[in-house]
Structure formats: C-alpha cells, structure tokens
Unconditional design. Structure first.
Lengths: 326, 288
C-alpha cells in the first residue's frame, strides 16, 4: 500500500512539471484546457470529500459560486486584491456548509435527502443572486481588464500563471487529503459512510465527521470558484451557480473515482479535453451536455466507483485483497 | 397594503390550480420513491418530454391536448416500465448513489436532446377551451381550471387505486417490506416496474396539463424539480394524500410569494420551506 502511494507521488511531480512546461511554451488554447481541467479537478476533489462520509451533494455549485462571487465582488466593488478571496471565501463557504450540514446531521437528513437539500441550497442561492442588486442581478459582475500583475490576479499575455496557481492549490489539496487518509479521521469518514447508525452505536461522533467533511469540501470547492472568476473575469448566476455547474463539478470525480484522491484529477483530465475537442468539432453546447449525460450513465453501469475503482477492483482481485478502497 | 378580497381569492385559486399539477407530479414521484427507494431525478424532465410530445401531436396532427392525454398516459406508462426494467433494475443492490447519478445523467440527456430537436424557443399549444370565466368578479382561466380538475381527479384516482384495489395493496405491501412481499408470492420486480411506469405516467399527464396554460420550453422542468421534491418531502415520502395536500399548499405559497416578494424570488420561498421542513420535520408535515 505504501509502495503504491510513493509511486503516485513520483508520477505526480513530473506530471505537474510537464503541465507547467506545456502551458508556458505551448499554444494558449492548450494552456486553457489544462487550466480548466485543473480547476474542475479541484472542485471535484472538494465534492469527493463530501462523498467520503456518504454525502452526495448536488449543490456544490453554491460553494463554487461563493468563491467566484467573493473574488469578483471584492475586486470590482471594494477595489481590494482578489487574493483576499482566498481568506473570505473559505470562511463564508464553511459557514454555509456548516449551516446546512450541522442541522442535517443532527436531525438525520441523509442519503438522497441530503442531495436534494444541497440542490435546494444552490437553487436558493442562484435565484437570490438573480434578484439581488449587490451581486449584480442577472448581469453578474464584470471585471475591469487591467495589465498583468500578480496583485490583481490577472494574466493576459500568457495564461500559464493561472495554471501555476491552480497547481499549487491542487497540490495543497491533494497532500491534505493524502495526509488525512493516514489519520483516524479517514476511519471516521468510512464508518460514517458505511453505516451511520452503527457508527453512532459504537460511539463514533458521526456529526463531527459529517460537518468536518462538508466544511473541507466547501473550502476546496470555493477555491476553485475563485480561480474560475479570475480566469473568465465575469461571474453571473448562470455560469457560476447554474444547474450545469453542479454537473461539471461532480462529473470528474464520478468518472475518475470518488474514493481515491487522484480519481477526480484523472476524471477531469479525461473529460475536459474531451469536451474541448467536441466543442471544436461540433460547436454545439447542447451536444456536449448530452455526451456528459451519456458518460455519467455509462460510468454508473461500468463501475460506480469510477475508473480508478475499476483498476483497484481488478488489482485487488489479483492480489486477493477484498477490502474497499479508503 | 390594503386587503383586497378579490385579489386574495384570485391568488388563492391560481395557486390551487398550479398546486394541482405539483400534486400530480409529486404523487408519481412519491410512488416511485416509496416502492423502490429510488429518487427519480429525471421525473420532471420526462414531464417536459411529455409536454413536447403533446406539442408535436398538436402541431403535426392538430390533436388537442385533452385528446392526446390518454395516449400520453399509456406511452409514458410503457416508457417508465421499460426504463425501470432495463436501466434501474440492474442497479438495484449497487451503491445507492448509482441510481441518483443515473437519473441525473438521463435527465441531462433528455433535456439537451429536447433542446437539440425542438430548439430553445418557447412553443405554444392552443387548446380548444380558452379564455376565462367570470365568477362573482373573479377571473378564472378555463385551461387552468380544466388542468386543475384533471390533475386533482388523477391524483385522487391514483390514491384510490393504491388504497382500494388489490394491485394497489400489492404495491403498498412491497413498500412496507419487500422481503415479506416476495415471500408472499408477489413478483417484486414486476411491482417495481409497474409502479415506476405509473409514476412516470403521472409525470406524462402533468406534462400534457402544463401545455394547456404555459408556453413550453426545454427548461420548463427545472423549477419543477425542487418544487416536486419539496412536495414529496412535505407530504412525507410514500404518503400519497400528504403529497396531494402539500402540492396544493405549495402552489398557493408560490403564488402569494410571487405577489408579495416579486416574481424572481417566488421559487425561493418554497425552497426555504423545503430546507426547513427537511431539517425540522424530515418525516413530513403529515408524517406518521
């Protein structure tokens, strides 16, 4: 098991260096694809942390939107550097996540109900932001375009710094996850996921684990929202909290594999380049939503644990290990 | 603000008329949930599909929605039956999120296929009965009233079917304990497919009914998704009468909210109710 992890790390570092190299010296479109893949990978890792305790969220667009809106509003309305969003957005999204998860863990809202609750949260946020002057209503928030600088968090001549920043966030997030898997917290997560009642019966504080996981998950997803706002320089209720954002967030993790830290990364680097390819080939936004749907349906039949789940299933059969992946 | 009884009554009736559709969809969804413990995320997308098929029947063959109603009911029953047989059934016993993700994927496919085939511009179906009725100073829109009557009758019929007939008893028995039902000689898989078909047929009916008074577009189902789930959560999952009542309640709340808070925020209030009910009374307002 330890060998396996070290192997992944050895793969990960050259992978990052390769991405950086390509984004600095390659064409700008490739750089954009890499950036979007990384951004959705981060969001999806956040989403997957919720799944660790069995909280399937259909409303992570809410946290994505919080990140995006905090960055945009702090820069456009209050004229402070968007970097403050990295402090404020996690705080707000933690508050929201705890406000949703604490009562639901307390009053036994779980399974599909939790999913619907999060969906309702995202919808409430979207409709509120559509009607709220502070968030610019349906027009959203538009950035002023300023020359490249780190303090303004805008890079136009090359998009490579965005990739570098995304990589830093991704690496921090991933190492956090891997560290967490070596602590007893991960066991708490697994018992909570597998059987919440039984876990409570043997004295596991499932409420603590559920709140912890949703807070972590919200923080990481909101980071990805900040990246999104800084990259597109335009935030609206549709593109930051819209219904399809939820799908974009959960799809990489579902395809790559929810219960492995590298799963969302793998899924994101499969799906986003694919989607860009389809966009170039066919152009229709409609068509690639259909393809997303087909991918989602297919993966559910092939392996509900994602592609990495498929590999571990095969390898565990070979090695005779019957345990489920943490 | 001065109290205006006519306005109050008009809002009330509009809410009730809208609520009837919610009640109908909610009953179908709660039937599926209650029997199979499957949350059908694509329910409202199937409703949109039904609306578009109605539109097509109207535009191509000049069939009035009220005439195509039974055909759509049968078609969607069959569709639901087959959908359950071939796509949900293989997933029973897999992790529970599998069916959620599956129905999410299916709803994405259908919604965007609709967008591809029929494009995004709103379509209008002109039913035979139009106009409005004046009734003691109240304006009652006739298509809305017809849809209200049909939706209420179908939801009540479904309730009667489930409580009074032997088939209904079979379904409810399967809800309560599928192992015991299996041991009593009930073909549980058949019951699943049947109740999924029945639930879907309700969505189909609702699709026809919204054609009567809404211009339809591919995203018409979106506000319904959370709304319907609110209906079934408020009613208590698997509680058919509860779903009918809360459908009406929510419709009325939606219209009053639209009037007093503004049309943009009219969906926020029911959503907040959904969140509050789920957190404080997870078994529903009419739960046992």
């Amino acid at each position: 098991m330890i060998n396996k992890k070290i192997r992944f790390v050895y793969l990960y570092v050259p992978f990052c260096l390769f991405l950086l190299f390509v984004s600095y010296f390659g064409p700008i479109m490739v750089c954009d694809i890499i950036f979007f893949s990384l951004m959705y990978a981060i969001a999806s890792i956040g989403w997957a942390i919720g799944m660790y305790v069995g909280q399937l969220s259909f409303g992570h667009a809410a946290f994505f939107g919080i990140g995006a809106y905090v960055a945009a509003i702090s820069y456009v309305k209050y004229h402070v550097t968007p970097w403050v969003a990295f402090i404020i957005a996690p705080l707000i999204s933690t508050l929201v996540a705890v406000a949703i998860t604490f009562p639901s863990a307390r009053y036994g809202v779980r399974g599909p109900f939790y999913s619907l609750l999060t969906l309702a949260l995202a919808e409430v946020m979207r409709t509120t932001f559509l009607a709220w002057d502070f968030t610019g209503r349906a027009l959203g928030v538009w950035y002023r375009i300023v020359p490249d600088s780190l303090i303004n968090f805008q890079f136009h001549s090359t998009h490579a710094p965005y990739v570098a920043i995304a990589l830093i966030i991704l690496t921090v997030g991933l190492s956090l996850l891997i560290k967490m898997q070596q602590t007893r917290v991960s066991y708490g997560f697994i018992t909570t996921r597998n059987n919440e009642d039984a876990a409570q019966a043997i004295g596991v504080d499932t409420l603590k684990f559920r709140v912890l996981s949703s807070a972590l998950s919200a923080i990481i997803t909101s980071m990805s929202g900040i990246l999104y706002a800084q990259f597109t320089l335009f935030v609206s209720p549709e593109n930051a909290i819209g219904t399809y954002v939820n799908v974009d967030i959960l799809l990489p993790a579902v395809i790559g594999g929810v219960f492995s830290p590298y799963g969302p990364l793998l899924g994101s680097f499969i799906i986003n380049p694919l989607m860009w390819l389809f966009r170039i080939l066919f152009g229709a936004e409609v068509l690639h939503m259909i393809i997303r749907g087909i991918l989602l349906v297919t993966i559910v039949y092939i392996s509900p644990r994602g592609l990495i789940g498929l590999f571990t299933k095969i390898s565990s059969k070979k090695e005779g290990i019957g345990s489920e992946e943490a | 603000m001065q109290f205006d009884p006519t306005l109050f009554l008009e809002l009330l009736f509009s809410g009730l008329f809208q609520g009837a559709v919610y009640a109908l969809i909610g009953t179908g969804l709660t039937l599926i949930w209650g029997t199979m413990q499957v949350v059908n995320f694509a329910h409202c997308t199937f409703m949109t599909l039904a609306a578009y098929i109605t539109f097509w029947l109207f535009a191509l063959f000049n069939l009035d929605p009220l005439i195509s109603l039974p055909a759509i009911f049968a078609l969607f029953f069959l569709l639901g039956f087959l959908f359950e047989k071939f796509s949900i059934e293989p997933l029973i016993g897999k992790p529970r999120e599998a069916t959620l993700l599956l129905t999410l994927g299916v709803s994405l496919i259908i919604q965007n296929a609709i967008l591809l085939v029929w494009k995004a511009n709103p379509r209008i179906v002109n039913p035979i009965f139009t106009g409005s009725l004046r009734f003691y100073g109240l304006n009652i829109n006739i298509p809305r009233f017809i849809s209200f009557v049909i939706a209420t009758i179908s939801a009540l019929l479904l309730h009667v079917f489930l409580t009074k007939t032997i088939y209904g008893t079979t379904i409810r028995g399967t809800c309560q304990n599928r192992t015991a039902a299996h041991l009593m000689g009930i073909n549980v898989k058949m019951v699943y497919a049947f109740s999924f078909g029945l639930g879907m047929a309700c969505a189909g009916l609702a699709g026809v009914l919204i054609c009567l008074f809404f211009p339809i577009d591919p995203f018409i189902g979106d506000p319904f998704i959370v709304m319907t789930f609110t209906v079934i959560v408020m009613g208590g999952l698997g509680n058919y009468l509860g779903a009918i009542f809360s459908g009406f309640i929510l419709g009325v709340i939606e219209y009053f909210a639209a009037y007093w808070i503004g049309s943009l925020l009219r969906l926020t209030v029911p959503l907040l109710i959904f969140i509050i009910v789920l957190l404080l009374k997870p078994k529903g307002l009419f739960g046992d």
